[in-house]
Design a protein. Structure first.
Length: 107
């Protein structure tokens, strides 16, 4: 899971860099859609309609979206996903700590 997360994050980071510099070295719509979908599904951000709409627009060539114009939405998605991942990691850490305390038995 960690490797796939890093791959998806890397695609979005490379897109953000290319879009900010206005270079032609953008990932494909398919790559962006897959990376976005992986991140939103991995940390349960699917309930946000804007995230699903973004993936739908990327996967529907008839929309004729301008890839450079997606930068704010993709950055927002990436920030939300990283925040949610940090929250999940913190919850897991607390659960592990509390399990270690309650599992201690002298007898």
């Amino acid at each position: 899971m960690a490797e796939r997360w890093l791959d998806a994050e890397g695609v979005l980071d490379s897109y953000a860099s290319a879009a900010e510099e206005r270079t032609a070295d953008l990932p494909s719509r398919q790559e962006l859609a897959e990376a976005c979908f992986y991140l939103i599904s991995a940390v349960d951000l699917i309930g946000d309609d804007d995230n699903i709409q973004l993936v739908s627009e990327l996967l529907t060539p008839e929309f004729g979206i301008e890839l450079y114009g997606l930068l704010p939405r993709i950055k927002r998605l990436l920030v939300e996903a990283l925040k949610k991942l940090a929250a999940l990691a913190e919850a897991e850490r607390k659960a592990d700590y509390s399990r270690a305390i309650t599992d201690f038995d002298l007898f």
